[in-house]
Design a protein around this ligand. Structure first.
Ligand SMILES: [Zn+2]
Length: 280
């Protein structure tokens, strides 16, 4: 009996040791949830740590003492870059191996695709590039990770084409979004918002901006307004007040997604559905 318990205890340890050089080597720290969904395509979900918790905005996040320990220990990091996540800049500079800190914005700038919108995880073509690089970091099976990356790239390309097709007949309906976060996604699926309540959620929109939006709503230029789960829709309610406008929701932070190989695809597909539903 003793021997049995001993061998049961030892098996995972020996197995684990043969797979991973050390536990710390295997883990990857990802700064926010949507980037973590991209990482999960080619990286074991149970080895992914996420810095900014669900329900919190990366725009005005401040690091907790426990975060600092996590960042200092992390060897592989995927983050959104200095525009979105200035609190990580100093750690990125101190990293011993800078190749193991993947800056999504920097990558996008190198590819010539960066366009002032710091929500880079909403660019499907960048997501494909990120997953390609993360596949190389896979601690278990790089060949399989590369296959997973390729499947993801194909599925995502198909999803973008389908979304374009779904939304094409609805393009004449105007819509507002809560904040200026979707430029890359809307560009990919060839659709344009008429306006956003705010450039960044921590900034309150001015009275003149709100008045302009109210006028557009009154003139029937806009048929739908999309809020976000992280922010109180009181502002939106005030602007809509009494007008027959449809309301929907988009979540640029994928707060309700679980880390799976297909979660990123499902999240974008849900956004297309919400848009189509609201614009119909
Ligand atoms: Zn944002």
């Amino acid at each position: 009996m003793k021997n049995l318990i001993f061998s049961l205890l030892m098996v995972p340890t020996i197995f684990g040791a043969s797979l991973y050089a050390s536990a710390a080597d295997a883990r990857i720290l990802v700064s926010n949830k949507p980037l973590a969904l991209i990482a999960a395509v080619t990286y074991p979900a149970e080895q992914i740590d996420i810095l900014v918790p669900d329900g919190m905005s990366p725009h005005d996040y401040s690091l907790r003492p426990s975060d600092i320990g996590k960042i200092r220990q992390a060897e592989k990091v995927l983050w959104a870059g200095d525009h979105m996540e200035p609190y990580l800049v100093k750690f990125a500079k101190q990293a011993t191996d800078k190749n193991l800190w993947l800056d999504a914005t920097h990558l996008m700038e190198d590819l010539g695709w960066y366009n002032d919108d710091p929500h880079v995880w909403l660019s499907p073509k960048l997501a494909i590039e990120i997953s390609k690089r993360i596949a190389e970091w896979n601690p278990v099976d790089v060949a399989q990770a590369k296959k997973d990356h390729q499947a993801f790239a194909n599925q995502l390309t198909a999803l973008v084409a389908e979304s374009k097709e779904t939304l094409a007949p609805l393009k004449k309906s105007g819509f507002f979004v809560f904040h200026q976060a979707y430029d890359y996604w809307f560009q990919a699926i060839d659709i344009k918002q008429l306006g956003a309540f705010t450039v960044s959620p921590e900034r309150k929109p001015g009275a003149r901006h709100i008045q302009k939006m109210r006028t557009q709503l009154q003139n029937h230029e806009v048929s739908c307004v999309l809020s976000e789960p992280q922010f109180s829709p009181a502002l939106i309610d005030t602007v809509i007040n009494g007008l027959p406008i449809k309301e929907g929701e988009l979540d640029p932070l994928a707060g309700s997604s679980e880390l799976t190989k297909t979660a990123y695809l499902e999240w974008l597909s849900d956004m297309t559905k919400s848009l189509a539903e609201c614009l119909k």
